[in-house]
Design a binder for this molecule. Structure first.
Ligand code: SF4
Ligand code: SF4
Length: 315
């Protein structure tokens, strides 16, 4: 495993386990199997785990954490808190449901820009109080937008930026991958910890994972890379990519044969843009939501770029 530092805290795995892939939103496997995956990752040296209030999987992480030395783990979470009350709710819920005394990182989820951040400032002030009390160790934002990454430098409270970063720029809501790289450079020059997300473009780059991983891993400003993983093989492959090792044939075959599906998140507003793009006629708007017919879908990913809100994923 390759390790990095989160400011004063040393020995943080450069590969962060993004646990959206273990939430019921994307994964219907048993809790027991999900915990086995977390334990496997930990045994392989991964000690950085990202979750969110939205993922509703604190219960799984709690069972994973309970027999570990807490200080060896980095647990990050995030919420949409916007005032004192919602900030208190988010922190108390995370502490209680994870059964921990502190959170290594807490973030505001999906920030758009500096104005959006100011709009959440009552919550930010509350988070700063939790930080003073040692309950949050570091504070940050997650975002799919270039503007938010650029604006992060205006706020000393933001120590960590969690931007969407992949070689095709899939899912970036307000610019290209070049724009995002420039913003990340500016944020890094201002001493922000950069945790990259969606490096496989929500599953749409799975036919070229090595290239997609290397693209992000070679960005010097990136401190850590969050990857959603839902099988042992995916964990092994990402560790191989990080350590620049070749995948053996057995692993390659298992990954090739892994069953994939298209998921449209429940927040879809039924605009229909993705359905127009799909030449297989696999997408239809039913009762104001997009539905996929997997007997027609060839997982080509052409629809993904049409959804500005990044609601279409291959898992
Ligand atoms: S992945 Fe391709 S085939 Fe499947 S719904 Fe999207 S555009 Fe259609
Ligand atoms: S483009 Fe996005 S919001 Fe529009 S119908 Fe498709 S999935 Fe839903």
């Amino acid at each position: 495993m390759i390790y990095t530092n989160l400011f004063e805290k040393k020995h943080i795995s450069k590969l962060c386990y993004g646990t959206l892939s273990l939430s019921n939103l994307q994964n219907s496997d048993t809790d027991e199997n999900k915990i086995k995956l977390l334990n496997y990752a930990y045994e392989k040296g991964i000690n950085f785990f990202d979750t969110a209030e939205l993922y509703d999987n604190y219960n799984i992480l709690k069972k994973f954490i309970k027999d570990k030395d807490r200080d060896t783990l980095i647990i990050a979470s995030k919420s949409y808190a916007y005032d004192k009350k919602t900030a208190d709710y988010s922190i108390n819920k995370a502490l209680k449901e994870l059964d921990t005394d502190y959170l290594d990182v807490f973030m505001l989820h999906e920030q758009d820009n500096g104005n959006n951040f100011i709009g959440h400032y009552e919550a930010v002030e509350r988070f700063m109080k939790y930080k003073q009390d040692g309950i949050i160790k570091h504070f940050g934002i997650s975002t799919h937008r270039v503007e938010a990454v650029k604006d992060s430098i205006k706020f000393n409270e933001i120590e960590l930026v969690f931007p969407l970063l992949n070689m095709m720029g899939i899912g970036i809501q307000d610019g290209t991958i070049s724009d995002m790289l420039e913003a990340v450079k500016i944020a890094k020059l201002n001493n922000k910890f950069i945790l990259a997300m969606k490096i496989y473009g929500g599953g749409h780059l799975i036919t070229n994972t090595k290239k997609a991983f290397d693209f992000v891993n070679n960005i010097s400003e990136v401190d850590s890379i969050a990857v959603g993983m839902s099988t042992i093989e995916e964990i092994d492959a990402n560790i191989c990519y990080l350590e620049n090792n070749e995948l053996n044939d057995n692993l390659k075959n298992k990954l090739k044969n892994q069953k994939r599906t298209l998921v449209i998140e429940e927040w879809c507003v039924g605009c229909g843009k993705c359905a127009i793009k799909c030449k297989q006629n696999a997408l239809q708007i039913v009762n104001g939501k997009c539905k996929v017919d997997m007997s027609k879908c060839v997982l080509c990913s052409y629809c993904a770029g049409e959804c500005a809100d990044f609601y279409i994923k291959i898992v």
